[in-house]
Design a protein around this ligand. Structure first.
Ligand code: PMP
Length: 437
């Protein structure tokens, strides 16, 4: 069967809204470390890790062994029964979360984790009014799209929630883009206060990604959510931090993204998914006991917390902590950021290189300085040709997203940076940039 035939069959059975990356679809068949191979045997350095799901490394022996050992015993039992892996992983995540008296509920995805967080927050506060950030992404369920401030990913205007969107998630766009960090924060707080003044006063929660993932790896200045928290706490409004992309040391300086905004205390709820299972479906929500226990009816996720995924999560988390991959993300990510900034400096096609740790974004613009999704696609294709996988995002699809497994070595960072530099130059040549050829 040819690739074309497989693609035709894929299109016949999958919904039209499930887009594939690349002009020619890419079928990955195996991986090891920071590398993956396609069906033709071509090897790629992986700078996207299946959208940040490969947290430590592909085919990490510790995780593979834990999964196969558990699969050999029993694959699934249901959370109706006690499972030691689940208890242990919950204890460890509760302790790491920074939330006092924390409880954990496991799900199978980030969407379901956010859905659970919104269910808890709205029930606890007895209100379906919530605040979300412009340009946000929180998943694809009915409630998650209802707090997703990005029309590309929010296909319906109907929502079970009454959502009010506030400024702050993106620095590069909007009326406050030109302000200093301090003034930007003050303007966003004023906007939040103004929005709250238009409500009848019983908003349940603010949900926010510390660094917007799908939104293009954009972050507010440090401390913005702490400033928000002051306003929210006065009104009893809960802070839900969506750590689906930013958790587990990804940002280098912090274990969780919220820790860049910690002055006024920890969040009330925290959601996680993606990386913790290293490819197995593990998600969840962490909350203070009084919030977690506010549901009066029963609730269960059949597969959430299943033993085989919990065994994977435990082995993966243990590896991450024992090998200080947060520190590695800080060091190697810092180096990669420097390399990319140097490569981008002479190229008008690059508007900004940003990020921290191993969560780096490169924003591309056309000749007139407007967002260029075309340039992003060109870089993606060039990089693929040269054996490097990266992601793209941003509302206009013009941001490159770089998020390798956290065990990335210095040599691999250099190799990826060389390929990216060349790919950016080629895009500059094709697009021209502001003052290109
Ligand atoms: N929140 C954020 C910040 C995400 O990036 C994503 C996935 N891209 C989700 C939630 C949804 O996670 P999932 O795809 O596992 O449902």
């Amino acid at each position: 069967m040819t690739d074309g035939e497989l693609y035709a069959r894929h299109r016949a059975v999958m919904p039209a809204w499930l887009a594939l990356y690349y002009r020619e679809p890419l079928e990955l068949t195996h991986g090891a470390g920071r590398h993956v191979w396609d069906a033709s045997g071509k090897r790629y350095l992986d700078f996207f890790g299946g959208i940040l799901t490969t947290m430590t490394a592909h085919a990490l022996p510790e995780v593979t062994e834990a999964v196969s050992a558990q699969a050999g015993r029993i694959l699934h039992t249901s959370t109706l029964y006690l499972d030691r892996h689940m208890v242990e992983l919950a204890e460890r995540i509760a302790a790491l979360s920074g939330i006092p008296d924390a409880r954990v509920f496991f799900t199978t995805s980030g969407t379901e984790a956010n859905d659970a967080a919104l269910l808890l927050a709205t029930t606890y506060r007895r209100s379906n009014q919530v605040l979300a950030m412009r340009n946000s992404y929180h998943g694809r369920s009915f409630s998650a799209v209802g707090v997703t401030g990005n029309s590309v990913w929010s296909p319906t205007s109907l929502s079970p929630l009454q959502t009010l969107y506030v400024h702050g998630g993106v620095r590069s766009r909007g009326p406050y883009a030109h302000l200093s960090d301090k003034d930007f924060t003050a303007a966003c707080v004023a906007d939040l206060t103004d929005v709250l003044g238009q409500t009848y006063g019983n908003v349940a929660a603010l949900i926010a990604e510390p660094v917007q993932g799908v939104g293009g790896f954009t972050a507010p200045p440090d401390g913005l959510y702490a400033a928000f928290r002051e306003v929210l706490a006065e009104r009893g409004i809960l802070w839900i931090t969506d750590e689906v992309q930013t958790g587990w040391g990804r940002t280098g300086d912090h274990f969780w993204g919220w820790q860049a905004h910690a002055e006024n205390g920890p969040p009330d709820l925290l959601t996680f998914a993606k990386g913790i299972g290293n490819g197995m479906s593990v998600g969840g929500v962490v909350a203070r006991a009084e919030i977690m226990n506010c549901l009066e009816a029963n609730s269960i996720s059949t597969f959430g917390g299943s033993p085989v995924t919990m065994a994977a999560g435990l082995a993966n988390l243990t590896y991450l902590l024992e090998h200080d991959l947060q520190g590695n993300a800080r060091r190697v990510g810092g180096l990669l950021l420097e390399r990319l900034r140097a490569a981008a400096a002479p190229l008008a096609v690059v508007r900004e290189v940003r990020g921290r740790g191993l969560m780096l974004g490169v924003e591309l613009v056309g000749r007139d300085g407007s967002p260029s999704p075309h340039a992003a696609s060109l870089v993606l294709e060039h990089a693929r040709e040269a054996g490097l996988l990266i992601g793209k995002g941003g509302r206009e699809g013009n941001a490159l997203r770089i998020a390798p497994p956290l065990s990335l070595t210095v040599e691999e960072a250099e190799e990826g940076a060389d390929i990216l530099e060349q790919a950016l130059r080629e895009a500059q040549y094709t697009i021209g940039g502001k003052d290109g050829p």
